[in-house]
Write a protein that binds this ligand. Structure first.
Ligand code: HH2
Length: 261
């Protein structure tokens, strides 16, 4: 899943693809590089980010979603607003990525149910404004797992087919470096819920804390974390840098598939 941020303030590429034409060209490049899905978002979720009004979010994402449908990739709309998701689905999107896990807008789960599309529900402690203010857990993995199980049950109760729901531990969303590392190390426990796991580690700040690198230079660090996630059973890898991730995953997958020496 390649990331297309149509935002002025995303943490690693804010402003680069705010112009719709630049965003479309970037999405097309990611598909040429091998992305099978594109996640189009018009609102940053970085710590402390400002909320974006509906009209502005629609203005940012709709032309980009519409143009990128011709790439043949599945277009995911990264939003927590039902109005934005509905318009994006009308424009050709086929997937809803909600970082609030249907807690942000009471109409979003019903919309996903009605349209019969796939969706991703993600764990976040608090809101983007507050999530990095001293996050605490007794056991981060079991708490994230319990949250995702509850959100999966909620989605099903709202009429979404269980087979349509993917789960995401929300790396970096209300987590310290140690929390993120523990979630990666024990990702198999999230995979054991039985739904495909989406893993979004790309360029995130804990990789910078470990490597000392700036966001644009975290492609290798991102690939390393994605390889570990693949080994533990993750299914979808949300990344800004498609080529290095694909190479790393191809080698890891071939190795895991191999029958022996
Ligand atoms: N991470 C970001 C945004 N959306 N969605 C899912 N399912 N999982 C993630 O880990 C995830 C996500 C943050 O990354 P980015 O889009 O690059 O930054 P920003 O939110 O600042 O636009």
């Amino acid at each position: 899943m390649g990331v297309v941020n149509v935002t002025p303030d995303s943490f690693s590429d804010g402003g680069q693809y705010l112009d719709p034409q630049a965003a479309v060209e970037h999405g097309e490049l990611l598909v040429e590089q091998g992305a099978q899905m594109l996640d189009v978002g018009g609102e940053s979720t970085r710590p402390g980010a400002d909320a974006v009004p509906v009209d502005e979010e629609l203005r940012r994402v709709l032309p980009v979603v519409e143009a990128l449908t011709s790439t043949g990739a599945t277009i995911s709309i990264d939003t927590s607003k039902a109005v934005v998701a509905a318009a994006a689905l009308d424009a050709g999107a086929g997937y809803v990525n909600d970082v609030t896990a249907f807690r942000g807008d009471p109409g979003l789960a019903g919309l996903v149910a009605e349209r019969g599309v796939d969706c991703c529900v993600m764990h976040m402690l608090g809101t983007p404004r507050t999530m990095q203010d001293d996050p605490r857990y007794d056991d981060v993995v079991s708490e994230v797992k319990a949250f995702l199980e509850e959100r999966l049950a909620f989605a099903v109760a709202e009429g979404i087919a269980e087979e349509r729901v993917m789960l995401d531990p929300g790396i970096g969303f209300g987590k310290t470096v140690a929390h993120n590392l523990e979630l990666i190390r024990r990702l198999d426990e999230i995979v054991a819920i039985g739904r495909p796991v989406v893993f979004g580690v790309s360029r995130k700040s804990f990789l910078g804390k470990i490597t000392g690198r700036e966001p644009g230079d975290r492609g290798v660090a991102t690939a390393a974390a994605n390889v570990l996630a693949l080994e533990r059973g993750a299914s979808v890898f949300r990344v800004h840098d498609v080529p290095e991730t694909l190479d790393a995953l191809a080698v890891a997958a071939a190795t895991l598939r191999a029958d022996g020496p």
